[in-house]
Design a protein around this ligand. Sequence first.
Ligand code: UDP
Length: 416
Amino acid sequence: MLNRVPLKAKSLSRYVRSMGEEPIARIEQLAKAFQGARVLHINATSYGGGVAEILATLVPLMKGVGIDADWQVMYGTDDFYNVTKAMHNALQGMDVGWTPQMEQIYMEQSIFNVSQLEADYDFIIIHDPQPAAFLGLVEEHSPSGRQGKWIWRCHIDTSTPFAPVADFLFPLITDYDESVFTMADYVPAEQDLPHVTMMAPTIDPISLKNVPLSAETIDAIFDSYGMDHSRPTMCQISRFDPWKDPLGVIDAYRLVREKVPDLQLILAGSMASDDPEGMHYLHRTEMHAAGDPDIFILTNAQQVGAIEVNAFQAGSDVVVQKSTREGFGLTVSEALWKRTPVVGGNVGGITLQIKNGENGFLVDSVEACADACVEILTNPRRSEMMGEIGHQIVRNNYVMTVELERWLQLFALLSS
Ligand code: UDP
């Protein structure tokens, strides 16, 4: 077995209060056909980043509706994670100098993992490129061989991949029973993927990260980090990663401060175990902040957990997600759910969530980002309206009950 993430069932009825009875009844009806169905999710990390965030709710909810759902994390080595991080960067368009040795490291680690896999499931959902090769290896290397339906769930923006890595990865996917992408733009054009579904990631509206917090709690959390909630605040919650552009956020903050002198900036990012670049980029971000006492750079090392992220997103006047590539960007929906307008990079999944000028702004440069932040920070009435529209967009499209229903529909399709 791979590393099982122990999770308890979460009852769907707990969502009635925030989502209403109708979607819950639809989900219960769909779930009737899958009582006791065995579902295995496999990914590369149990902590840090959007996929872990989604699975931490989706798997308990699947259990809650009667599915025998399981989440297992693959085994990796430093070499393997360096290769898969390069692969991730390449799929998002970076020229990474891909070598046969990297392919060998990737395949050897995949074979080892598959040899540990008990693959006797009705549905196996493989998340992202790290475990993508498993399907092609199960017949030969897994004790149970190929059983059940195999689904590849790609969370990243693969619209303009670096060709050598695309040519290596995508042939590994063609045999899956279904591939799931966040947006149609991400489906590889040249590839013969006969079965493709579009599905957006979602947030858990009743998790500690997203439940409403009292003003006192937000004040206290700001205070505990030496920040002042009564001052104008912008924040970006993201891994320290070049694609998230934390350096660009600092540059934008410096421009905004010319108009909003009292501004403070929060940059909070957890360190994922499968992200070897994180520490290096955190250091670069700290250097770029150059000791500015109004820039608060925080990680899980300072105990930034779900409730702190919640307080930062709810207590900020504007949330930024200045990515230059973004598969989806859960942080955008998280902030909008709390009625905080978001200024986001005009890329990928961010464009699904932000309607320019309605619930935030889509921007292509540091200057545009700064202008959009000033607009929000200096127009409280407009900002309030944007926050309300943002909340409704998330409620209708990007909450976990919507995603659970989509998965059940997909299972039904694959079983017909
Ligand atoms: N996150 C967190 N703590 C942090 C930074 C990020 O819990 O310090 C969470 C964030 O709230 C979101 C997820 O990590 O739920 C990041 O997902 P997203 O889709 O935005 O980006 P990814 O890391 O998957 O590229």
